[in-house]
Design a protein around this ligand. Structure first.
Ligand SMILES: NC(=O)c1ccc[n+]([C@@H]2O[C@H](COP(=O)([O-])OP(=O)(O)OC[C@H]3O[C@@H](n4cnc5c(N)ncnc54)[C@H](OP(=O)(O)O)[C@@H]3O)[C@@H](O)[C@H]2O)c1
Length: 284
């Protein structure tokens, strides 16, 4: 069914969202601070609003996707939110989402937060995921409309949950990229082919290692860090060797050093017999 949706913020991501909603047959009203970014969308059938307030007034559902939450609030500030749903797909922090939810509710509007686990070209294609949080009934009301954007996953009523899980997924990604960069630097420093190493060895190895992590997560939930695989004392020696090897090969181990330090700290506290999941105790 064709719905009326306002999209505020037509950067790379906002434009991809608006285009996908248009392609799905929805009526889309668009607004951007610099209005020229709406031109291509208007040519494809979107309606240009002169102000953000005008766009909000045109549709029961407003999607906001701007640089940060400060900009999102500034954009929504003059609009009448009573009886409207605001879906904020701007990237932010749990505390910002909770505060913005209260702020929208205080103006009579419903609030959903969202975390986009995709880059713009993936929007509307298989593999794209959007995490949502906020009142279940509000999500249910808009789920079908939002489905063309990406696979929707509602995490719970607390609006802070989507940014929490978004940040956790990005954290996992950055950790993996850190390992990739160090491994690639080690291989490249010897003049070995990085692409072949990555494709044939590193990626399969990372998949195999990642498959153990649900079991580690169970250990964390139980607080039981006994291991029959590889204890922290062995890892302390292994990471020490790694760092010396990096120095011998003329490669900086900078992204590995925090891991080495935390393992050393945990072992120094007398937990050398535990497995790697026990390191979570040093972080929380
Ligand atoms: N790109 C991605 O791969 C990706 C993936 C996931 C999530 N996100 C999130 O999506 C959001 C938008 O990202 P993007 O890639 O679309 O960024 P972008 O291309 O740099 O666009 C930024 C948008 O924010 C607007 N903006 C910035 N400051 C503003 C202000 N003070 N008042 C009003 N509008 C303001 C810009 O308006 P002007 O055009 O007038 O400057 C533009 O529409 C970010 O929170 C980002 O983290 C992006």
């Amino acid at each position: 069914m064709s719905e009326n949706i306002a999209v505020l913020g037509l950067g790379l991501m906002g434009t991809a969202l608006a285009e996908t909603l248009l392609a799905a047959g929805h009526r889309v009203t668009v607004w951007n601070r610099s209005s020229a970014k709406a031109d291509a969308l208007v040519a494809k059938g979107a309606t240009r609003a002169a102000t953000a307030a005008e766009a909000v007034a045109a549709a029961p559902l407003t999607i906001v996707c701007v640089l940060d939450y400060e900009a999102a609030r500034a954009v929504l500030d003059g609009a009448d939110l009573a009886g409207r749903t605001v879906l904020n797909l701007t990237n932010g922090r749990p505390a910002e989402a909770r505060a913005t939810g209260e702020w929208v509710n205080g103006r009579g509007g419903d609030y959903l937060d969202g975390g986009i686990m995709a880059v713009p070209y993936m929007i509307g294609r298989p593999g794209a995921l959007i995490l949502y949080s906020g009142p279940r009934d509000v999500f249910d009301r808009h789920e079908a409309t939002l489905k063309p954007l990406a696979e929707p996953r509602h995490l719970g009523e607390d609006p802070g949950l989507a940014p929490l899980y978004d940040l956790a997924l990005l954290t996992g990604m950055y950790g993996q990229i850190a390992g990739f960069l160090e491994a690639a630097a080690l291989i490249a420093a010897e003049g070995r082919p990085v692409r072949e190493f990555t494709e044939t060895l590193l990626v399969p190895w990372l998949h195999a290692m990642a498959s153990a992590q649900p079991r580690w997560a169970e250990d964390m939930e139980r607080g039981d860090y006994a291991t029959e695989v590889s204890n922290l004392e062995v890892n302390r020696v292994g990471l020490g060797n790694l760092v010396i090897a990096f120095e011998e090969q003329g490669v900086k181990p900078d992204l590995l050093l925090p891991m080495k330090e935390i393992v050393e700290r945990r072992v120094a506290r007398g937990h050398g017999a535990e497995g790697l999941p026990g390191l979570i105790e040093e972080l929380r």
